[in-house]
Design a protein around this ligand. Sequence first.
Ligand code: GLC
Length: 527
Amino acid sequence: MSDPSPWWRDAVIYQVYPRSYADADGDGVGDIAGIRARLPHLADLGVDAIWMSPWYPSPMADAGYDVADFRDIDPVFGTLAEAEALIAESHALGIRMIVDIVPNHISSAHPWFQAALASPAAPERDYFWFRPGRGPDGAGMPTDWRGEFGGTAWTRVDDGAWYLHLFTPEQPDLNWDHPGVRAEFESILRFWFDRGVDGIRIDSAALLFKDPALPEVVDGRPHPFHDLDEVHSVYRAWRRIADSYGGDRALIGEVWMPSVERFAAYLRPDELHAAFNFDFLGCAWDPALMRACVDRTLDAHAAVGAPPTWVLSNHDVTRHVTRYGRTDTTFSFDNNLDGTPVDLELGTRRARAAALLSLSLPGATYIYQGEELGLWENENIPPAEFQDPMWGRRGHSRDGCRVPLPWSGSEPPFGFSSATPWLPQPPEWKDRTVQAQTGDPASMLELYREAIALRRAEPALHHTAMTWLDVQPAVLAYTRGADFACVVNMSGAAVALPGHESLLLSSGPLDGDLLPPDTAVWLRRQT
Ligand code: GLC
């Protein structure tokens, strides 16, 4: 019998981006030995699980999301034995492990693609989308599809055929109509479940299938490569595999989807357990928008009985201290090349309030490494140092949110490495290191530690519904259980706190009995 309230329904899950967590071997790139040495940080923070971004052998054309072998570890990160040791050590600390699987595409260095390139007659061609070109000499791309990173989605090989890649040319798309592709990924899932992992994060989960007629993308017609119905049969099969293992293994999808109904379909009881809430991540710091987003999220998940997730940042988007500090408040994924002013003090205050919000809404909460330190986007990386392939294709780089963590000391590399880190750290992070913040009750790190500890101990925050409190519209206030309340002041002016018995936690200083703007509190209500 599986647990009626399993861990993934309300876990705090911490995303480790292995290139940037901690470097033990001194090459400027993070590694598994670094993660093992710094595991106590995650135990002190009190997280329930780690989601590990890809650590597999890879030419790193897309920072590891171009996987050449799903059953091993890239030497830059370490060995499979070290990965197994990390899983065991995390479990010993009560921390579960989620690994990242990338089913839409593999690396062009993968043996399947290499075999497919070797001959037009190779059976491995059928694992991919090889097509003749258009026009008399086949020199025109098979379709005008734009890739997910911008740019074209097809590349021509020496024998004249074209292959599809929705991301970079080094990430050829797999043909999910081929039973061999299905079988391979089912076997990969088992490989990691057999090694004790507790969950799988599924990259680009809605892309897998393509309309074989290859129609052009036309608004109002079914999309030829997003969210095709066949994808659900894959996740039903994966769910059966997950369920066949004990210990509540979870499948968590990266599902970007404008339609709430289509999104929820991935979370039906026989499909994925959870999916990232990009609606919330993309929501501006605006009370009406935020309240509507929370309601939409709760409704969509209630319809299928799935737990909502609350996500503020990840390795693909501008860090939220920076986003919330943009005075125009419009949300943007971009790296601000147009120079919209950023008020980091305001962004930090809002990020502190957002921490209490995201950690007290019903469901699971995701923390992107460095968020607990209040890191902001490094918007000062010289373009010549950009490593992200998206930069070349869309004129936007995700490197600013991937900068190595500051652990200690007063200047870069801040204890991350003994060498120069693979991306530059802002010197101002001297106040944001783990060392500088530990023990400082006003720090972001201590706020996260305290909030997570309170959340863990607070029965009202587990498996209870939330109810909005009737206060002024620009203040988000809700109760959980019998006597817990969270109040977030987004009104721009100080407001009176609703009646309460005690103050449990505050994201910033109160002004007497007033809650200042962009500040949140957790309260014990009078019963
Ligand atoms: C996902 C990942 C992103 C990657 C892309 C292609 O969106 O989060 O980092 O570049 O998929 O795999």
